[in-house]
Design a protein around this ligand. Sequence first.
Ligand code: ACO
Length: 327
Amino acid sequence: MMSKANITAIGTYAPTRRLTNADLEKIVDTSDEWIVQRTGMRERRIADEQQFTSDLCIEAVKDLESRYDGTLEDVDMILVATTTADYAFPSTACRVQEYFGWENTGALDINATCAGLTYGLHVANGLITSGLHQKILVIAGETLSKVTDYTDRTTCVLFGDAAGALLVERTEEAPGFLASVQGTYGKGADILYRAGLRSELNGMPLADSGKMVQNGREVYKWAARTVPREFEHLLHKAGLSRVDLDWFVPHSANLRMIESICEKTPFPIEQTLTSVEYYGNTSSVSIVLALDLAVKAGKLKKDQTLMLFGFGGGLTYTGLLVKWDVK
Ligand code: ACO
């Protein structure tokens, strides 16, 4: 018989330093009005100079540990979703292992930009349902401020730093993972990237500043086209309809984009969970932050049905239908 997996615990962490729209007005030619109107963002959190992604991930796991009834000593895999790892290698997951000292655990980073958390959950579900693993920590962590060009007003107003962790465990009860969809559009690679060893991508010469480069309008168009289509596809795969869904949790890239996705779906914006207003776009972390904000606000409750939808650079996406099993 196939094993089943559930999400059983959550933890998050955001640096204390705030970057408000008023602060950004002093750095680039922008305004609070433009940022709020186009993105719905009011502030973001920024890591200290000596605070890196693994530091944020460790704090998020400590938060999870303090809110979880069981032990993490028997975690047998750590998956860290990040595009801003401390080092090219060793992986961020290995840095987290080193801090906690759990010896019998695998450790692996996942690079799927803003889709990293949902990819991590998908992989964790596969590893558990196949019977290979029992207890997996899926962590998302980003220090995007370190790769943001603060002279480029089209990107620097968007991004923030944070980390979040979800525990995925084997269960004898009903499965927490109901259905998933994935898709990739590699032709769109050059509209959202950060250069590495190569200086061209799909025939395009790359800016090699080490900073993130984005054609926001094109990313917006791709997401607004893809997410509503896959929203329906995912419900269909699970044999569910919109009324069965308690919450839709898309990647918090931009509140206006989420509104436009909801209009096309159509799904009530009031039933979305987001983290964009006070944290900005935190890439792979945005979904877990939105979940934790909803837990703390008393909105997200055990046994509710959620659609998590991560999408971003690659271009790539993963949508998941899950039952929330955190007590
Ligand atoms: N302040 C003031 N004006 C600005 C700013 C700013 N911060 N940024 C751009 N503008 C100007 C532009 O220069 C342009 O001026 P022009 O008409 O004189 O040329 C005008 O505003 C409109 O620019 P657009 O880029 O067309 O603005 P748009 O409404 O598309 O908003 C935004 C830009 C917010 C970036 C939006 O396109 C977006 O959110 N895109 C999606 C981003 C995303 O989802 N990323 C995915 C994941 S990120 C990851 O994977 C790491």
